[in-house]
Design a protein around this ligand. Structure first.
Ligand code: ADP
Length: 140
């Protein structure tokens, strides 16, 4: 059965561009409930840890530099079928391929600086939620 939680980050590009409010509004309008949220900044080390699965990819260094370049908003979102529905809401990794009306189509500027993160599986949603939040910071 599909899980009902996913982990998102509003990335440094979208924070810098003043789009936190617009993006949270899109998440709420699509039926996602915020059960945990923080405004924070990843160190290079923590960004590297979060994206460790991409360590061998050519863009890893660029990704770590970008994700630690400024503050982000991390949040746990709740909705039926959360992971899949949220991936639909954010759109393809490359904004050039993202469907019209998706968060990345509206707010991403490039394949690297693409405004938002969304977990890609229930298992990763769990791991990524624990990366950012203690159990005492989650309010269902
Ligand atoms: P998604 O975030 O859509 O799940 P991936 O897991 O493939 O995408 O990649 C993680 C993140 O790495 C992307 O969101 C993006 O910020 C960055 N990234 C992916 N592919 C590239 C690329 N070709 N060049 C630069 N950055 C990339």
């Amino acid at each position: 059965m599909a899980g009902n939680r996913t982990l998102t980050m509003i990335k440094p590009d979208a924070v810098k561009a003043g789009n936190i409010g617009n993006i949270l509004q899109m998440m709420n309008s699509a039926g996602f409930k915020i059960v945990a949220m923080k405004y924070t900044k990843l160190s290079k080390e923590k960004a590297g840890e979060f994206y460790a699965v991409h360590k061998e990819r050519p863009f890893y260094g660029e990704l770590v530099d970008f994700m630690s370049s400024g503050p982000i908003v991390a949040a746990i979102l709740e909705k039926d079928n959360a992971v899949e529905d949220f991936r639909t809401l954010i759109g393809a990794t490359n904004p050039a391929d993202a469907a019209e009306g998706t968060i990345r189509a509206k707010y991403a500027t490039s394949i690297g600086e693409n405004a938002v993160h969304g977990s890609d599986s229930d298992e990763n949603a769990q791991i990524e939620s624990s990366f950012h939040f203690a159990g005492t910071e989650v309010f269902a």
